[in-house]
Each structure stands twice: as structure tokens, then as C-alpha cells.
Design a protein around this ligand. Structure first.
Ligand code: OXD
Ligand code: MN
Length: 589
């Protein structure tokens, strides 16, 4: 008798009609076979799907150019189809399941004709963790097959665990004909199914990432009592060798990967990396909050990455291993056959092709797409924590939430307690970036940096956070950061990057109750004397500007947050309304 997984694959093949089916085993040999086959058989526009880069300077690296209209997540075409609209909430697009499936079936029928269908069995999370999830994705593009191999634990182990059972999350992916009008990324949480057609872009097509590990997993976590979050996981080691583990949520392209791989500028301090995008948080037997990273790779934004801003990522990218490294929509230095992006070097290479493969002439435009990416195995990261391989994960002492704000939010502040932290997290706003296809630089509410990724009603999500807090014996402290505050002349007030270790130092010292803080209307702020500024040339006055609280702006923020909260109607927890009133009073009292 055929196994459930085989039956499902047969059913999908009957619908998509591929010329052949390729079951991936995750081996090294297979990866290069898929790349070679892709180069011979697959084209995007008139270009081969992969271009082999200089293997001496960038070992095992390939460049992929996507369709020019397929360069970011498409939130307007992303749907979460719970049986009823209210469960999906105002934060998700929704349509009735019947209508969604009819649309998808008509777009998917015969979409793999003449193509290879890759079957990718993989595990999100450590195979020995009770939280890990076995998944199977099919795709008709080698770029996705290879990317999934870098980003997940793909291959035989997953097949072994799945065995004859039908206990696996299903992902159906096809690039379709890349027509944005025929693109949908649909989630069916009650069936553990993601169905994505018309895009090859990471967040839309690597289904293990945002679709499974955030949207579906957040819903599973809601039902089972844990959290799936858009967070990095790091360990901060101090001069005495003590390591404090933290998680941090920042919206896409707000320096999240740089923070995950931070190279400390403070002597004696070191950051250990456990994850740069997603954390699953659960309550351990000891009553503490624990975190695991379900992924195995980094899918990071390339522009701005260089030996100064992120030396550890540069090392990771150049390390080379049996996992290939992919660059997507970067520019190409023709003379060196190397990838290039803005700020990688101070000068432009002499002969450069832009991200679409055209000669780069107009320096008023960007050579690399602003959302160009690298996909690289986490195992190549020189600062990878050994705890990454621990199925239990790490115990968390602090949660950091943040956004991109030119004004309003101080560099760092600490909430008064868990409930207050959840409230401030729920009203979080950030200026949009190029990671999703919408206008860049517009302020939007992005609670816990989860707005595009929460697979159910965010009103319920806030309630779930409050519940988790009640169940924790010693809840982590919740902090807020903003690296992006500017002065009157539009200049950044804080140097950021490696200097952010100073903020992490203050946070870890607060978690150890080593230092005091200033209580204000929005929470605790650092005292000038406790904040490590040596060697930075930051005057007391500048420090004040980094931490000033403007009453008018905060009142305005409250007004905007209120309008946002109203969208969730009766799902909005009363405790957050109480916190709202308290803050309003404190600001104006
Ligand atoms: C990402 C994102 O790609 O958040 O990680 O968009
Ligand atoms: Mn992300």
C-alpha cells in the first residue's frame, strides 16, 4: 500500500502534470545535480536559472536572477483561509475556502507540464525536539529546491520520521507563469496546507519559512500553548563568560540579521548566534521561556552588508561548505565574476551588470535590487552557538522588540512588566522597507513585527501572549529598541551595527538586576552613568536626544494605536485597554 506521503504527491502530480518527479534525499551530490540540471533546462526570461560565480573568492556560490516583478513578499496576495473570517482576523486577507480552492485549482491545473516536480521532505526544528514539524513541499523550480535545502533540515531523516503516517505539513508550490495577476500565497491552517503559485521569491516560495514556521506555526502554537515569533535568537557573553540568551523581533530589513551576527566592539563581550529570523518559544519544565530556531539557514538582505557592518556574515558567505550559497538579484562584477551590491565596496566595480543582467550605467539607480538576498547555511556561521544543536533550545532572559522610527522611540527602554510589554509591543509601529512590495518608508503598525506573519486574529494573538505571561514562573523582561532615531538634520543619532552591543550590555545587566533605571511614563530608561559610551563621543546632550520622550508625539501615537486596536473589536484584550488608559494618564497627568 502506498504511504500517505506518496498518495499526496501522486494527487498533486495528477493535478500539476509534471514530466517527471524528483524525490530529494538532501545529499551533497544531489544538490549539484539539481543545480546543473537547472542551468541546462530552466530559464527565467532568457537567462539560465543559476550563474556559477567565482568559486575561489565565493566558494560554492551561484547567482539567481528572478523575474523583475517577483522580488519581494506580496502581502496583498497572501491569504489565511480559516473556515471563518473572524479567526483569520482583520490582519489577514481571507476568502471562503471553496472560492480559494477553485481559484487555486484552475491556476494549478497542468502548471508543471514539461517540468520536473521536486519533492522536498524536511523538518522544521531539531529532529529530537517535541516541537519540530515534519513537512513536505513540492516545487517546479530548482532554485526553490536548492534554497529549501539550505534553509531546512531536508532529506531522508524527514522521510523516516513521517514513515507511513499522514502527520506532515503540506506545501504545494509552483512558479506558474510568474504573472503577478495569477499569484496567490494561500494558507489553510485547519488542513496544515500551504498552496503558493506564481512567485519564486523566498518569502512566497520557501514555504518552510514564513508560511509554515510563522503563519501555520503561530496558529498551532495558539492551540497548543506556545508562540511562533519573527525573532532572532542570540546569546550575549559578558567579561566573566556568562551567557544571557535573548530573542529580538524587528520588522524585515531593520538590522535584524546584523544583530543576530553582531561583532562586539566592547572588549570581553561576544554575541553567539542561534537564529536570524524565526523563534519558537515554549514554556519549559522549569517554568521559564525557552527558544528554538526551526530553520537551518539565513535568507538575508544583501545591500549594506560589508566587512564593517557585518564582518561575521561576510565570513559566513565566503566560508563554503557542501551547502551551496545563493545570491538573488544582486549585481554582478563581470571582471571578477563576483556578486556585488550597494555598500559592499566604496567604489563601483568597473564592469558591472545590474540585478536584471543589464550593463550598469546610471549611478542614480541601484545596481543590486534593494531586497536582493543571500541564502546561506547557518552551519557556516563562525559565531554559531553550540546550543543551536541542543533540541531543548535555550532559556530566554529578555525579549527585545523594535522598529524603524526616525523620531518618537528612544534607543532602548524597558517595559514595567509583562502585560505592559505586551501592550507596548501591540502598539509597535515601524517605517516600511523593501522586503515586501509596498511603498517604502510609510509608518505602519506592526505588533511584535508579526503583522504579515500572524496566522490568526491578532486580537487573539495579544490574548495568547498575555496567557503565556501568566503561565511563566519568571517571565523574561521585555525591552524596546530603535537604532534609527535621527536628529533635526536627518542624521542618525546612534552609530548602530557593532556598537549595538552597548544596548545589549545594558539589557543583560538589567536582566541580572545589576543596575538601576529611570522610571518614565513609557517604561524604564537607562541612566547616563550606567550606559557604556566609552570611545563613542556621545555627549550627555546627545544621549538625552536619544532618549527624549515627546509628549505630543506619544499622544499622537496613542491615537493611531487606538484606531488600530479598534479593528480587532471585542477580540482586543481588556488588559491592553487598561494599559492604554494608564499610559494616556501618565503622559498627560
Ligand atoms: C524575511 C522577511 O525575508 O521578514 O525574513 O521579509
Ligand atoms: Mn523576516
Amino acid at each position: 500500500m502506498a504511504k500517505a506521503i506518496e498518495k499526496w504527491v501522486e494527487k498533486i502530480a495528477a493535478l500539476t502534470q509534471p514530466k517527471e518527479i524528483f524525490w530529494c534525499d538532501g545529499s551533497e551530490k544531489e544538490a549539484y545535480k539539481i543545480i546543473e540540471k537547472g542551468i541546462k533546462e530552466e530559464k527565467i526570461g532568457n537567462m539560465p536559472i543559476f550563474h556559477k560565480l567565482n568559486q575561489k573568492s565565493w566558494p560554492f556560490s551561484y547567482l539567481h536572477r528572478s523575474h523583475p516583478l517577483d522580488v519581494a513578499r506580496t502581502e496583498n496576495l497572501t491569504f489565511v483561509c480559516h473556515p471563518d473570517k473572524e479567526t483569520s482576523g482583520p490582519n489577514n486577507n481571507w476568502m471562503p475556502e471553496k472560492e480559494a480552492k477553485e481559484k487555486l485549482i484552475s491556476l494549478t491545473k497542468g502548471c508543471m507540464k514539461g517540468k520536473t516536480m521536486y519533492v522536498l521532505p524536511f523538518i522544521m526544528g531539531h529532529p529530537q525536539s517535541p516541537f519540530s514539524k515534519c513537512c513536505v513541499q513540492v516545487t517546479d523550480i530548482s532554485y526553490v529546491a536548492i534554497s529549501m535545502r539550505i534553509m531546512t533540515r531536508l532529506g531522508a531523516d524527514a522521510l523516516k520520521i513521517i514513515g507511513n503516517s499522514d502527520n506532515f505539513i503540506k506545501g504545494l508550490h509552483s512558479i506558474g507563469d510568474l504573472d503577478p495577476k495569477k499569484r496567490f500565497i494561500m494558507h489553510f491552517p485547519h488542513e496544515n496546507l500551504v498552496w503558493s503559485i506564481g512567485s519564486g521569491y523566498g518569502g512566497n516560495a520557501l514555504l518552510g519559512k514564513k508560511c509554515i514556521s510563522l503563519r501555520l506555526a503561530s496558529w498551532i502554537g495558539f492551540k497548543e500553548g506556545w508562540l511562533a515569533e519573527h525573532m532572532i535568537i542570540i546569546g550575549v557573553e559578558d567579561q566573566n563568560g556568562n551567557i544571557t540568551y535573548l530573542v529580538a523581533a524587528l520588522p524585515s530589513a531593520c538590522g535584524k540579521t546584523n544583530l543576530a551576527l553582531l561583532k562586539s566592539t566592547l572588549k570581553g563581550y561576544k554575541v553567539w548566534t542561534l537564529g536570524d529570523d524565526i523563534a519558537w518559544l515554549y514554556i519549559g519544565e522549569d517554568g521559564r521561556l525557552w527558544a528554538i530556531n526551526p530553520e537551518m539557514g539565513f535568507f538575508g538582505v544583501a545591500p549594506g552588508t560589508n566587512p564593517k557592518t557585518n564582518p561575521i556574515m561576510m565570513e559566513t558567505l565566503k566560508k563554503g561548505s557542501f551547502f551551496p550559497t545563493l545570491f538573488t538579484n544582486t549585481a554582478l562584477d563581470i571582471d571578477k565574476n563576483e556578486p556585488w551590491w550597494e555598500d559592499l565596496t566604496t567604489n563601483y566595480p568597473k564592469n558591472l551588470l545590474d540585478w536584471q543582467g543589464n550593463k550598469f550605467i546610471d549611478h542614480n539607480t541601484k545596481a543590486a535590487h534593494p531586497n536582493s538576498r543571500f541564502t546561506v547555511s547557518i552551519t557556516q556561521c563562525p559565531t554559531l552557538s553550540k546550543e543551536f544543536f541542543n533540541p531543548k533550545g535555550v532559556p530566554i532572559s529578555a525579549i527585545i522588540l523594535g522598529g524603524r522610527r526616525a523620531s518618537l522611540a528612544p534607543l532602548v527602554y524597558e517595559s514595567l512588566d509583562w502585560q505592559h510589554g505586551v501592550f507596548l509591543g501591540a502598539m509597535m509601529g515601524s517605517e516600511t522597507t523593501s522586503a515586501a512590495s509596498h511603498k517604502v518608508g510609510v509608518l505602519r503598525r506592526d505588533p511584535m513585527a508579526m503583522l504579515p506573519f500572524c496566522g490568526y486574529n491578532m486580537g487573539d494573538y495579544f490574548g495568547h501572549w498575555l496567557e503565556i505571561g501568566k503561565r511563566l514562573k519568571n517571565p523574561p523582561k521585555i525591552f524596546f529598541v530603535n537604532w534609527f532615531r535621527k536628529d533635526k538634520d536627518g542624521k542618525y543619532l546612534w552609530p548602530g551595527f557593532g556598537e549595538n552591543i552597548r544596548v545589549l550590555k545594558w539589557i543583560t545587566e538589567r536582566t541580572q538586576n545589576k543596575i538601576d533605571a529611570e522610571e518614565t511614563s513609557i517604561g524604564y530608561l537607562p541612566k547616563f552613568s550606567d550606559f557604556e559610551l566609552s570611545g563613542l563621543n556621545i555627549s550627555k546632550e546627545k544621549f538625552k536626544s536619544l532618549f527624549s520622550i515627546d509628549k505630543k508625539s506619544w499622544n499622537n501615537e496613542l491615537m493611531e494605536a487606538e484606531a488600530f486596536f479598534e479593528k480587532f473589536g471585542s477580540k482586543m484584550p481588556l488588559q491592553l485597554k487598561e494599559e492604554f488608559n494608564i499610559l494616556e494618564k501618565k503622559l498627560n497627568g
